[in-house]
Design a protein around this ligand. Structure first.
Ligand code: ZN
Length: 568
């Protein structure tokens, strides 16, 4: 087994550390290694357990998009709609970004426990000038930078479902594919047998690993498309109403693009339905190559589809571009499921999203949401820090503040004296609270003082949402919450027309779908959480894990009298 060598490299990591501590524990430095709790030894999965878990994430697939397009699905989504449908699942936390969103799905715990508070956080003690740390980098590797990371799972403080399954059934394979490195790592975890993501026109893998023949074949296939270019997609009839040119400044015209691909443009390939098609194609090749779902032990295949996110950012979620993407995604998912069906594999599918999104304010303003607006660029930590340096006369200490974007965590420089730190914090809070786009400002002690919430995530207070994204040692000195409808991208740029990451439900609410052959389907509109996914799948697989392993609860995904949680 060519991949066994890699698994044995990380096995000592899994074995060495203590179990990740409770939510409120201060993280010691160095960070605790993740470790799967010891389940009772079993030889093989229970006879009724599916042979393959297919965990799918559709990046930026908001509950709103699902509601808008579900009437048109005839492919893969139509199949999933015949299963267990939870139209209102929540990424309950405030930091609604890709890395945290994917971190909740298969760990079953909030970022406040798995440590993945953002795509990037800041370590004021880092020797790097920008203090920035990427969620899946090994910053101790001298070759790594936040922009060009050496990809590593070291920041994820808990195991994933694939790791729990491997521990219970050692023959199990844990495989993950996506366009994004961070989603591969967050869904796969520490013990990934094969993991691939897209970089500059090719799928690539972890440092020190080689591409399997399946990945090489997929690279050859996409290389040909990228070299030759490709014609535009046809627009389904039902995309007519979404087709309307809209000028968004520097970003040009959105609302009319059908993805004609010029030759040698790997980035245009990425921001198109072709990226998801390639990702699913690679997943299909890996099923065949590794005979996933065809061995004695249950395998876990994680697939994160990034095109919806790239297209959402580049063109907003309400134009022709997203409409075509929805049609293509549905079709490509259908082809993928058809392949699994043809092989006769007994598989369970789970599909959800890492976060949602909201459309460009320029379009929202003419479509019934006049309050929508872009955030003031002066809310960026850099601009705020420069203003405070002048105001307080602290001009000899370098940048006063670190942080990314115009909302979320802000970190105060450690170059300051205690007195200066307190001065800066007080002035910053005052300045932010006076800003008309700011909904709330919370300091770290205010956030840490409350417990992580339970119960209906729709009803959580803003502070409770922020608490679920808070991890001491990684979170900022302060968290800024912008008002509802304030777009976090201050200036639209090519590829960056809209953003996400807020506490509001258009960013938090996502669909959650389960399907398995023979399972009685149903729709349950009551809110559930993405941290419920791992315990729900663990129960279907008959995994017995210690109480308290998950923040979420088991959802009975069998609409009939049988209870899929009964095994727990
Ligand atoms: Zn995302």
């Amino acid at each position: 087994m060519r991949f066994r060598a890699f698994a044995s490299l990380i096995a000592p990591l899994l074995a060495a550390g203590a179990v990740a501590g409770p939510a409120d524990a201060r993280p010691p430095k160095p960070e605790p290694a993740a470790r799967a709790p010891e389940p009772p030894a079993e030889e093989a999965a229970p006879a009724h357990a599916p042979k393959l878990v297919v965990a799918i994430a559709v990046d930026q697939f908001s509950a709103d998009l699902f509601a808008q397009y579900r009437q048109h699905y005839t492919g893969g989504f139509a199949k999933l709609l015949s299963g267990a449908v939870f139209p209102s699942a929540f990424q309950s936390h405030s930091g609604t970004e890709t890395c945290p969103g994917h971190s909740t799905m298969l760990t079953g715990v909030h970022p406040s426990r798995n440590g993945i508070i953002a795509n990037n956080w800041f370590d004021p003690d880092s020797p790097r000038p920008d203090k920035q740390i990427y969620c899946v980098e090994d910053e101790n590797d001298p070759a790594s930078s936040a922009k060009n990371p050496v990809v590593s799972p070291r920041h994820l403080l808990v195991p994933t479902l694939g790791e729990y399954v491997k521990k219970a059934y050692p023959g199990s394979r844990n495989v993950a594919v996506s366009a994004k490195d961070r989603t591969v790592v967050m869904m796969g975890g520490h013990a990934i047998d094969e993991g691939y993501w897209y970089l500059g026109g090719q799928f690539t893998t972890f440092k020190g690993k080689t591409l399997s023949p399946a990945a090489q074949a997929e690279n050859e296939a996409i290389g040909k498309v990228i070299h030759d270019g490709a014609p535009p997609y046809d627009s389904p009839e039902w995309c007519g109403p979404r087709t309307m040119p809209l000028n968004v400044g520097e970003a040009g015209t959105i609302g009319i693009y059908r993805y004609a691909l010029g030759p040698d443009l790997p980035d245009s390939f990425r921001v198109s339905p072709r990226m998801d098609a390639a990702t699913l194609d690679l997943a299909t090749r890996l099923v065949d190559q590794d005979k996933l779902g065809q061995g004695p032990a249950t395998d876990v295949l994680s697939v994160s589809l990034s095109a919806t996110d790239y297209i959402g950012h580049g063109y907003g979620p309400q134009g022709l571009e997203m409409c075509i993407q929805q049609a293509e995604l549905d079709r490509n998912l259908g082809a993928f499921f058809e392949h699994l069906d043809k092989l006769g594999i007994d598989y369970v599918v789970e599909l959800t999203a890492d976060h949602g999104g909201i459309d460009a304010p320029e379009r929202l303003q003419i479509q019934g949401y006049p309050q929508a607006q872009r955030a003031d660029a002066a809310l960026s930590p850099q601009v705020l820090g420069d203003a405070l340096a002048k105001q307080l006369g602290i001009t000899d200490k370098g940048p006063l503040l670190f942080g990314e974007g115009v909302s979320g965590d802000i970190y105060i420089s450690h170059a300051l004296s205690r007195e200066q730190h307190d001065q800066v914090l007080a002035a910053l809070v005052q300045k932010l609270k006076a800003h008309k786009q700011v909904e709330a400002v919370f300091t770290a002690p205010e956030i840490a003082a409350i417990p992580v919430a339970q119960g209906n995530p729709q009803d959580w207070s803003i502070l409770q949402r922020v608490r679920a994204s808070y991890y001491p040692g990684r979170s900022g000195d302060l968290v800024v919450v912008l008002k509802r409808g304030v777009q976090t991208t201050p200036v639209p740029k090519s590829g960056g027309v809209t953003g996400h990451g807020t506490v509001w439900d258009y960013d938090r609410r996502v669909p959650l779908l389960f399907w398995r052959k023979g399972l009685a389907g149903f729709e349950q509109p009551a809110p559930v959480e993405t941290v419920d996914i791992a315990p729900s799948l663990a129960a279907v697989l008959g995994l017995k894990l210690p109480a308290g392993t998950f923040d979420g609860r088991c959802l009975d995904i069998d609409g009939g009298p049988d209870d899929s949680c009964a095994a727990q």
